[in-house]
Design a protein around this ligand. Sequence first.
Ligand SMILES: Cc1ncc(COP(=O)(O)O)c(C=O)c1O
Length: 404
Amino acid sequence: MTRREQIAALVREEMAGLPLEEADAADGHPLVLAPYGAEEVLGALDSLLSTRVTMGEKVRAFEAEWAAYCGGAHGVMVNSGSSAVLLMLAAMVETGRLRPGDEVLCPAVTWSTSLFPIAQCGLVPVMVDVDATTLCIDPVSARAARTDRTRAVLAVHLLGQPAAVDAFDDLLVLEDACGAHGAVYQNRRVGGLGSASAFSFFFSHHISTIEGGMVVTADAELADALRSLRAHGWVRERADKAEWAARCPQIDPRFLFVSAGYNLRPTELAGAFGLVQARRLPAWLTRRRQNHAGWCEALADLVTVFPEAPGTEHAGFAFPMLCNGDRASLMAHLERHRIETRPISGSNLARQPAFERVPGARAPVPLPVADRVHEQGLFVGNHHAFGRAHGVRLREVITSWRTP
Ligand SMILES: Cc1ncc(COP(=O)(O)O)c(C=O)c1O
């Protein structure tokens, strides 16, 4: 055995006990479980041992794989899902597809960093209500909030349920698919439904690079903007770098800056993780979908659940419910039984203190569903290592809260 093979054997032995594929419901119901195994660690270790740790060939390979999976030609990996949303919007402005002051419709129930980057890019976030059956943007509320400045919609596929993007044919559709890896809307995978999409590969998501994210697009010009905005505004990763160099002969082409960019780059270790995790996704997705459907059925008479919408495939990221009672008491009851809980994403973001600090943000229409989510909503974990037994246990514990 070579030394590398010895190391690999040790890592595999050391990590063999992790509940990567099967977790026992008797051990409780956490929000997150260890999402990676020895193969990811060995991929990252290979990068560390080679010292090729900054963004390179593994990131590029993962970008190509993930973009192809989503049906987009270009993937641009970054260091988080929040960075992906920011980069996607910044590139839309950089390329003139959106202009400062344009209004972007945003569902009131989403994650904080779906909303903030809209304003950070000089655009105007307009909050609208979510649909009571999907928790995604409500097209009727969106219509009521539109003005002649409305140019785009941030279609958040909340917790794995694809948003009804077809209702926004006359707007630029930007997808926040940070929690919807592999979800399908009318036979098309999310990530390829609009002009561009953002994914998160945070520790608790369907697949994980620990921290990480990606923008996917079919638009080559946008992809060039994404690449220079991701890395200091540099020209070096753009397809049109030769043209830029010819236009600026007085500047060293290795240090030619063409955008007012950021540094949002991932490391090569994240690329190594992504390559292994992407191969695991199909089987994991099947299990999450089974859990989602089975648990909806098991709990439908006890709490409000959110079954997969017709014409879609739900990706089952966390399991949301409305408790129709005293949420704090249900959460405490579940926690006492080692079922971890959380509010649904940022709940109604228009009610968060930070909302007042988002320049220009408006909430011009009533948000009754978002308010209900804010007051009654919670989620518990859904994970590919969970199964039917976790649904049975959820039912038992919620029943004992309903009939103490
Ligand atoms: C809808 C949505 N958008 C954006 C994000 C931000 O992703 P990250 O945590 O990788 O920054 C999340 C995180 O869960 C999310 O759920």
